[in-house]
Design a protein around this ligand. Structure first.
Ligand code: B12
Length: 362
């Protein structure tokens, strides 16, 4: 992370006091709101404020505005169709920044107030229908559309049929990962975001996709010849999203790597202990939520402290897609936008680090 601030970290982990202050100041400006809100709206307003505080603090900590802009376009889609005018959201963002600044000293306080102003000024100009989150879904008649509709209807069998049809058309398992499962998962996320599917439907779809990936796994690795290289792959501590990093791990395995996939929410000490035991050629770390980049950053630092013989670190996931160069700023060796690019880059790094006999230099 670019700034080294315990107070900002504290705000990301515990935004509630600052969010309470922020909501009080919004109600001072808009007393009519306080009167209109019932118990439920009050709880939701507190949660929204806590989110604003966390994202503002995250942006201040990482010293970039891309993640904040991404959050604003996410909010715009979330509030689409709700009776929440742009001016009210802009005012809430300013109040969130003031509430957060109350827990900080300069220069952090000044930075967060500037970010609050920037957020408030940008919000009205965003389009709720064209961003990464709000764009159109897959076209009817496409395999992704058929697959998603099947899962939304609770029909894993029909989703399996889409997979079979694609395989019979000569598509490889790798193609299905990238051209079917990945866009389908993102579409499920979009439908959840715009309140067209429930949390339960999203969970069902993700579980079904993971099940189908497991079924295809033997086929994915059937041509794989061991190349002697070891990959350790995990999602950051606190991170529950694991499908993306699993795809990365599977791509490496299918290419001959011994791919050790540790799933979601791995504690740093466990990861570092495994790294010392396995001495991998490459470590692939994934985050989806911006606040979890801090964990990756700390792990990279701990690995760099091990000296020049350390394994290379590849990082990826949503925050790295959103913020160009973030991987470099946290000291990683490279990033990749998807599992195919991850493999190409991983192989390149491994080749560069190998001696003429193909063995890793120590
Ligand atoms: C499934 C899902 C969940 C599941 C995850 C279950 C699981 N077992 O994985 C559950 C229900 C747990 C979940 C929870 C939450 N989720 Co969620 N989730 C999703 C969803 C629908 C799909 C994720 C997925 O499978 N994507 C498909 C994979 C293949 O894509 P990918 O992760 O980007 O991975 C590719 C690349 O990024 C890259 N890559 C990934 N890792 C790495 C690593 C390396 C080294 C490299 C090189 C490349 C690389 O390669 C991958 C493969 O090609 C997404 C929607 C979306 N747009 O992704 C939302 C989404 C990510 N979730 C979201 C949110 C908000 C949440 C919650 C905060 C909701 C809440 N209020 O509780 C929580 C947070 C939980 C936590 N602490 O992590 C938002 C995030 C918005 C943001 N910018 O922060 C999204 C985008 C939904 C949305 N549109 O609002 N979620």
């Amino acid at each position: 992370m670019v700034r080294n601030s315990r107070a900002l970290e504290e705000l990301i982990d515990h935004p509630d006091t600052a969010a309470g202050r922020a909501l009080d100041s919004l109600f001072e400006l808009r007393p009519d709101l306080r009167l209109r809100y019932d118990e439920r709206s009050l709880r939701l307003a507190r949660e929204d404020m806590a989110h604003h505080v966390r994202r503002l603090a995250q942006s201040a900590l990482s010293g970039e505005v891309d993640s904040l802009k991404d959050y604003l376009s996410w909010l715009k889609v979330l509030f689409r169709g709700l009776p929440l005018p742009d001016e009210l959201i802009a005012e809430s963002l300013r109040c969130a920044a003031r509430g957060a600044a109350g827990s900080l000293k300069d220069p952090d306080a000044r930075v967060i107030l500037e970010l609050g102003e920037l957020a408030a000024e940008s919000y009205a100009g965003l389009d709720a229908y064209s961003s990464r989150y709000g764009g159109p879904g897959p076209a009817p008649g496409t395999p992704v559309h058929a697959y998603v509709r099947s899962l939304v209807d609770g029909r894993r069998d029909l989703a399996g049929k889409v997979v079979e049809t694609e395989l019979s058309r000569g598509r490889s398992v790798r193609d299905l990962y990238l051209d079917l499962f990945q866009p389908a998962q993102r579409e499920i996320g979009r439908l959840w975001h715009v309140r067209e599917v429930s949390v339960a439907q999203e969970h069902f779809a993700t579980a079904a996709t993971q099940y189908l990936m497991s079924e295809l796994y033997p086929r994915l690795i059937s041509q794989s010849r061991p190349n002697g290289r070891v990959l350790v792959a995990a999602s950051a501590q606190g991170e529950l999203h694991e499908v993306g990093i699993r795809m990365v791990a599977d791509f490496f395995q299918s290419d001959g790597w011994d791919s050790r996939y540790f799933g979601a929410n791995l504690p740093a000490e466990s990861l570092l202990a495994e790294v010392d035991r396995l001495r991998p050629d490459l470590i692939a770390l994934s985050a989806t939520l911006p606040e979890n980049v801090r964990w990756i950053s700390r792990v990279v630092e701990a690995l760099r402290a091990r000296g020049p013989g350390r394994p290379a670190v590849l990082v990826g996931g949503l925050p790295f897609l959103v913020s160009e160069g973030l991987w470099r700023r946290i000291g990683a060796d490279a990033t990749g936008s998807d599992c195919r690019e991850a493999l190409v880059t991983g192989n390149r790094i491994a080749a560069e680090r190998s001696g003429p006999d193909g063995k890793a230099r120590t």
